[in-house]
Design a binder for this molecule. Structure first.
Ligand code: FES
Length: 373
């Protein structure tokens, strides 16, 4: 507890907050920023201009209509590589500094600026606002900036060293610091930092990283591609379809929360009269969905419901993650939890606000479903 806090506490009779109360916040914010920086560092698509997940593509998708639109489109997008490196490096540096308690107030201010920028751009469209993570992070940084590092921070070592330098120059005695950093405390702080790093580098964040790597491997290196456009340029091969079930077989019931069986296209897709066959008669029972790739390389999904067939570009209209059927008549986005109606493409749950882009299909009288080019 700092001296001024104790004085204020005594004056107003209010119990002062112990200094260590800020430690959980410091560890969480520092660990989260390190995890976010490592996530970007390990993502081959993040700085790859040919990828749909390129930082410039991401910014171009979410910038329109946000308060930072002008800055993002005029500065960040043309310099997306530099911008991406600054964001990634900034997250790592801020995270490490805050974990160690080094220049904590300044680092917290930089973290605040970064999350405030994200809030005014990437998560500006999130509704309701508390679904977006950046605003709570901004407030967390503000709290840390106001409170200071608490105990077990290199800032106290730095303060003592600066005071010793001052003493050496002036000959005046070394002033007492608010919190002495003992060797034991230093070891404890290091252990806590390492534990936070290990936590950040394993578990959920690596799961996300691996998923993104797998997805990035499937991206077509054909330059930046606008999300909603559907130019059906040279026909691309689609997947061989699974054998059709017997005509008498009843529709397969889908248990809630289980992913519906899907098929991923391969280069052996059947075609008929120049049209691309998506589903032969009876191969896609009611309640199931089929994932495939459009000729442009974009992921798409064909859904079969009671009301018939429908198909959509499987790119989330929030920030461009790939949506997938979740077995309950919905398409789910793994990034921020948006849900879309698999039959209409309408948004069922934010943060996405726009419906999915439809894909033109035609169903022949015999029940065959074709992609319309
Ligand atoms: Fe954010 Fe889909 S990308 S909800």
């Amino acid at each position: 507890m700092q001296h001024e806090d104790r004085e204020l506490s005594k004056k107003f009779g209010v119990p002062a907050l112990p200094g260590w109360a800020v430690l959980p916040l410091r560890l969480f914010l520092g660990g989260s920023f390190i995890a976010a920086g490592l996530d970007k560092l390990g993502d081959p698509a993040f700085l790859d201009p040919t990828s749909r997940d390129y930082i410039g593509q991401q910014i171009a998708r979410f910038a329109p209509g946000t308060p930072l639109e002008g800055f993002l489109l005029n500065f960040a997008v043309p310099n997306a590589g530099l911008f991406g490196v600054l964001v990634m490096g900034g997250e790592l540096c801020i995270g490490v500094a805050v974990l160690l308690g080094l220049l904590t107030r300044f680092s917290a201010f930089m973290g605040l600026l970064l999350n405030l920028t994200f809030f005014l751009s990437a998560t500006w469209d999130v509704r309701p606002f508390y679904f977006g993570a950046d605003l709570p992070y901004t407030i967390g940084w503000l709290t840390l900036m106001l409170a200071g590092p608490g105990p077990f921070a290199l800032d106290w070592l730095l303060k003592r060293w600066l005071a010793a330098q001052e003493e050496a120059h002036t000959g005046e005695p070394l002033p007492a610091t608010g919190t002495a950093l003992t060797r034991r405390a230093f070891v404890g702080m290091g252990a806590a930092g390492l534990a936070a790093l290990a936590l950040a580098a394993t578990g959920i964040d690596w799961e996300i990283l691996h998923a993104r790597r797998a997805e990035a491997g499937k991206l077509v290196a054909a330059g930046p591609q606008p999300t909603p456009a559907l130019p059906i340029a040279p026909p691309a091969p689609l997947a061989p379809l699974q054998p059709a079930p017997e005509a008498t077989q009843p529709p397969i019931e889908q248990p809630p929360q289980e992913a519906a069986p899907t098929q991923v296209p391969t280069p052996e897709a059947p075609q008929a009269n120049g049209r691309q066959l998506l589903a032969a008669p009876g191969t896609l029972p009611v309640g199931q969905a089929l994932q495939f790739n459009l000729p442009t390389g974009e992921p798409a999904v064909l859904n079969h419901s009671d009301s018939g067939y429908s198909a959509f570009v499987a790119i989330c209209t929030h920030q461009g993650c790939t949506v997938r059927p979740n077995g309950t008549g919905q398409l789910a986005c793994p990034c921020h939890g948006a849900r879309f109606d698999a039959s209409s493409g309408d948004v069922l749950r934010g943060p996405a606000r726009r419906p999915l882009s439809p894909v033109s299909i035609v169903v022949d009288p015999d029940g065959s479903v074709y992609l319309v080019s």
